[in-house]
Design a protein around this ligand. Sequence first.
Ligand code: ZN
Length: 128
Amino acid sequence: MNQKKLEQLKKKLSQEQLNICFLKGTEPPFSGKYTNNHQPGRYLCVVCGQELFTSEAKFDSSSGWPSFDKPSQNKNITYQDDHSLGIRRIEVLCKNCGAHLGHVFDDGPTHTGKRFCINSLALDFQPN
Ligand SMILES: [Zn+2]
């Protein structure tokens, strides 16, 4: 990312958001504003505005983070192996801008079997 783009993002996003999206941080559980959001709508990438998840895919995981059983469109996200913390996890990123969103686990309770565990701070909710 070039310097100009970075300066623009610093104006638009909070320090916490920059930390999560670009330094792969994680918000504390139960701190995010979308964890218990049940409104119908779409969740966009807070950095670039691309649609990532919809409220239909959201479920209560009691993990403390917004959880989804599938992305809005597979082509909008990308995955990366993450070996930090001494365990193997799969990182979820916005395919358009590369922002870190969270992780995906194979213990989802719905038919997809997936649990996308996403930081509220990486998302921008648009009610229908
Ligand atoms: Zn993005």
